[in-house]
Design a protein around this ligand. Structure first.
Ligand code: AGP
Length: 609
């Protein structure tokens, strides 16, 4: 999510670090900093805002060392500010970190009791404290890093400097990417290829549970248990633009493929797999208040609104609280019946959508409790609501929302389980059973992504169609809406999403031999009904593209094209069914040659009415 770069060699480290950080800046980071050796000690320079601001500050700084680490932050724990910016320094240790340390509160409390003094609100700061603590106990730099990371739970890519061992950088990874760049008498470490591509094309990719020690003229990789890892560097032939997109043609495609990781990050630290319990950081509604809530309003725009429609099914099923879902642009101008016993859930990737902010103010006037589901930390919506549940999708660059959507559904599912358990409507056994399925969702998504090529071929077949109809039922009706929205946003093809049962009340008139109908066919309680809807389309010579489960044999004789997906518990099917629709829209748009990442007339964040 954030960006890391580190350098050991004979160049001016400040310039190498700033240049590397600039290459990652297009992702919209909120603060940055570097730690560089000077006069035997580590000097830190950090600031909130753009890399240009950091660069200005560095003009007046002097460093005599030739080793340093840098970081651009995209806030997850703690607002964007200078004190929350990395590197974090403590007693001779400087650390930059990407990822989420799940047990940071526990570790922080332990170290405060031991006399540690913390200066930031981040989870990352525990790392500098832990490593300094191990050094105090007499461990070498390398062993101190090893001991410290064995104490943390969660994901990390780190680069560390140590005043007692001033010639090297130690780096480590677990579930967050980290790359070593190999040069002539110099070495690099980075979270992303573009950060170091202008210096070297010889790169090594660390695996989970590996530690790297980088000196100027050598590097070595070990496992956490100290076993040496032999790995040859790879030659990276990407051009700089391709590198920014991680080798994908567009950010949208990269973000579609990031979804398994983004869902894991949104679940991380909030669930207990063995019991089905859910903990929501940032939500402090007490049991008493939760039990008084008699209605939930879910308010959002666009794709976030469709996530809200899925959330209605989840919340009503698991917590039995009635849910109304409203478009923010409508809610703000009506006189809703919300009151102090209502919970208003406002969903927004950006947290800056003008209509959603206006709806929040309307809800505040009514005295309702306000909870936001946001991706951008410290956005206006996140700050101004009483409670916030962050999605950890990471920066979303493509205008068409993909990973933010699946993470919003993840957050809504967690909220639904949390409400159900707290109010007693969700039995412990069902929660436990459901959670065992929930943790498999990233794997199911991965599985669908592996079928991208088949989806690309189907997209090529239909790329010249002028109109599309998308049909779904129940919890997947909003997925039909989202599939149609994705297609029209980026390919400019007219598409409509419909609840399948409504087809005969109007849209069936549109069906003829040139009308493709994308139909969502999970084996749920309305499976037979949707098969009948498919028959109705076929009887009028429409072309059916069915998204159906792997072992569904009945669909074969009814559909013209089938996209197979794994089977899942009904409440989890939206996560799986939306992926082929995102890929389908992407490939159709790519065949048409549109500007996929920045479609005409659209803005990533609609901050005006
Ligand atoms: C989705 O692909 C969109 N570009 C758009 O509908 C978006 O979801 C909507 O504008 C809401 O944005 P928000 O989540 O940042 O509030």
């Amino acid at each position: 999510m954030c960006g890391i770069v580190g350098y050991v060699g004979s160049k001016v480290p400040g310039s190498v670090l700033v240049e590397g950080l600039k290459r990652l800046e297009y992702r919209g980071y909120d603060s940055a900093g570097v730690a560089i050796f000077d006069n035997g000690g580590i000097k830190i320079c950090r600031c909130e805002g753009k890399i240009a601001d950091l660069e200005k500050r560095l003009v007046d700084e002097h460093f005599d060392g030739s080793i340093g680490i840098g970081h651009t932050r995209w806030a997850t724990h703690g607002r964007p500010s200078e004190t929350n910016a990395h590197p974090h320094y403590y007693e001779g240790i400087a650390v930059v970190h990407n990822g989420i340390i799940e047990n940071y509160l526990e570790l922080k409390t332990m170290m405060i009791e031991e006399g540690g003094v913390f200066s930031s609100e981040t989870d990352s700061e525990v790392l500098s404290h832990l490593i300094a603590r191990s050094i105090r106990k007499g461990l070498s730099f390398e062993d101190a890093v090893r001991e410290s990371i064995s104490m943390v739970r969660g994901s990390y890519a780190i680069a560390v400097l140590c005043e007692k061992d001033p010639t090297r950088i130690i780096a480590a990874r677990n579930e967050s990417p980290l790359i070593l760049g190999v040069g002539e008498n110099e070495n690099y470490v980075a979270s992303d290829i573009p950060a170091i591509l202008s210096h070297t094309r010889k790169m090594l990719f660390l695996d989970d549970g590996e530690i790297a020690v980088l000196d100027r003229d050598a590097y070595r990789i070990q496992t956490l248990d100290g076993e040496a890892v032999e790995r040859e560097p790879k030659h990276i032939s990407w051009d700089p633009i391709m590198a920014e997109k991680g080798g994908y043609k567009h950010f949208m495609l990269k973000e579609i493929f990031e979804q398994p990781r983004a869902i894991i990050d949104t679940l991380r630290g909030r669930i207990v797999e063995d019991t089905g319990d859910v903990f929501l950081d940032g939500v402090t509604l007490d049991e008493e208040t939760l039990k008084r809530i008699n209605r939930i309003y879910v308010i959002a725009c666009g794709t976030s609104y469709y996530a809200g429609l899925v959330g209605k099914f989840m919340i009503e099923e698991l917590s039995h609280i009635p849910v109304e879902v409203d478009l923010a642009s409508e809610f703000r101008y009506r006189d809703p019946l919300a009151d102090e016993n209502s919970l208003i859930v406002l969903i927004s990737q950006s947290g800056e959508t003008a209509d959603t902010l206006a709806a929040m103010r309307q809800g505040r006037e009514k005295g309702a409790k306000l909870l936001s589901i946001c991706n951008v930390v410290e956005s206006t919506l996140a700050r101004d609501c009483d409670h916030v549940l962050y999605t950890h999708a990471g920066p979303e660059i493509g205008v068409a929302s993909t990973k933010a959507f699946t993470c919003q559904m993840t957050a809504l599912l967690l909220l639904a389980m949390y409400l159900g358990r707290t109010r007693g409507d969700l039995e412990a056994d069902r929660a436990k059973e459901l959670m065992q399925h929930v943790v498999q969702v990233p794997g199911y998504v991965e599985d669908v992504l592996e079928r991208a090529e088949e989806i690309r071929e189907i997209a090529e077949f239909y790329a010249d169609a002028a109109d599309f109809l998308y049909l779904g039922r129940g919890i997947n009706y909003p997925i039909a809406l989202e599939g149609a929205l994705k297609l029209k946003e980026i390919s400019y093809i007219h598409a409509e999403g419909y609840p399948a049962g409504e087809m005969k009340h109007g849209p069936i008139a549109l069906i003829d031999e040139v009308m493709p109908v994308v139909t969502l066919v999970p084996r749920d309680s309305v499976y037979e009904k949707i098969l009948s809807n498919i028959e109705e389309v076929k009887a009028r010579k429409g072309q059916v593209i069915a998204v159906a489960e792997d072992d569904d044999r009945e669909i074969a004789e009814r559909a013209d094209h089938i996209i197979k997906v794994p089977h899942a518990d009904t409440i989890l099917t939206p996560f799986i069914l939306v992926i082929p629709l995102q890929l389908f829209a992407y490939y159709v748009a790519d065949f048409k040659g549109t500007d996929v990442d920045q479609p005409r007339n659209l803005a990533k964040s609609v901050t005006v009415e």
